[in-house]
Design a protein around this ligand. Structure first.
Ligand code: SF4
Length: 187
């Protein structure tokens, strides 16, 4: 069972093209200035979803990319590896953020963390450091690296420099979700 904080079925600022975004519940990194502390608490998330149900929802939406955010997605690597494998088999790309560095995931003693890593098209790795200015559109701080694996999103490599964008989505129940990697301040 996946412990999930929030699902946003369609976004244009959380990955290449259209993304189905899943914010996982729980994180261990405790980055000062984290903008999603509600998703960091290690408690059951607002949504408890079986991997098969998440796969069904993603396939119904047919996004360009499934994006795992958080929280720390790699704390639920076993279930997410299952989801990633199924949606990639259906031709949908997979992206994940992680507070772990890429090299640490590659050498992880948890085989599911290595398996999830192997099923990604894009990894944005490293902790959020609030004093390092942003330099890539999906990375909140400039120390974080956007790593592309394989050729699926290769054309995006030349398009990730600079500040990201903020997106506000009004849901069917009237509530709103504000997300993204930009700033509300004027230049
Ligand atoms: S890894 Fe992400 S979610 Fe976790 S504390 Fe750092 S910024 Fe927040």
């Amino acid at each position: 069972m996946l412990s999930i904080h929030t699902i946003l079925k369609r976004s244009r600022v959380n990955g290449p093209g259209t993304s189905f975004v899943v914010w996982l519940q729980g994180c261990i990194h405790a980055c000062p200035g984290c903008c999603n502390t509600a998703a960091c608490v290690r408690k059951p998330g607002r949504l408890l979803v079986e991997p098969d149900e998440l796969i069904r929802q993603v396939l119904a939406e047919r996004p360009d990319c499934l994006s795992f955010s958080g929280g720390e997605p790699f704390l639920q690597a076993r279930e997410l590896a299952q989801v990633a494998g199924a949606v990639r088999a259906a031709g949908i790309g997979v992206l994940a953020w992680s507070g772990y560095e890429y090299e640490d995931l590659l050498a992880s003693r948890n085989p599911w963390q290595r398996e999830l890593l192997a099923r990604l098209d894009i990894l944005i790795s490293g902790p959020y450091l609030q004093d390092v200015p942003q330099r890539e559109i999906w990375a909140g701080s400039g120390n974080q690296r956007t790593l592309f694996f394989g050729s699926r999103f290769a054309d995006w490599q030349a398009r990730i420099a600079g500040r990201g964008h903020i997106e506000c989505t009004i849901l069917q129940d009237g509530s709103g979700v504000v997300t993204g990697f930009g700033s509300f301040s004027t230049p």
